[in-house]
Design a protein around this ligand. Structure first.
Ligand code: FES
Length: 113
């Protein structure tokens, strides 16, 4: 999912440099509803990298939570948003997440992958 009308990487760079909050570095499972695959994401790895390793095609550009190209629909569960792009309202709604940096706060996390 590509977002339009968002700030460029340079515009959000200063915000991103403050760094997202790392609350939960525990492993967690992600159910990929479209592909029928369940991923286990270990500490230090992203959903994006584990999904690609399992052959799920995901578009990404920055892999740092700032461009929005990896934005993925959340079907169930609560993400731990670590990106620098979503608004507070979007984080609260948690209808999407940026899978290059964000993790799982409360599962099961089911994504439209
Ligand atoms: S790849 Fe840029 S926000 Fe995820």
């Amino acid at each position: 999912m590509v977002r339009h009308g968002r700030p460029t990487y340079l515009q959000v760079g200063a915000e991103y440099c403050r760094g997202p909050h790392a609350v939960n570095d525990e492993p967690f499972d992600v159910v990929c509803a479209r592909s029928g695959v369940t991923l286990t994401v270990p500490p230090g790895r992203s959903i994006l990298s584990v999904a690609r390793e399992r052959g799920i095609a995901v578009i990404s550009w920055c892999a740092q939570g700032v461009c929005g190209t990896c934005e993925t629909e959340v079907l169930a569960g609560v993400p731990e948003h670590r990106d620098a792009l979503l608004t507070e309202e979007e984080r609260e709604a948690s209808k999407t997440m940026l899978i290059c940096v964000s993790r799982c706060l409360r599962g099961p996390l089911v994504l439209a992958l």
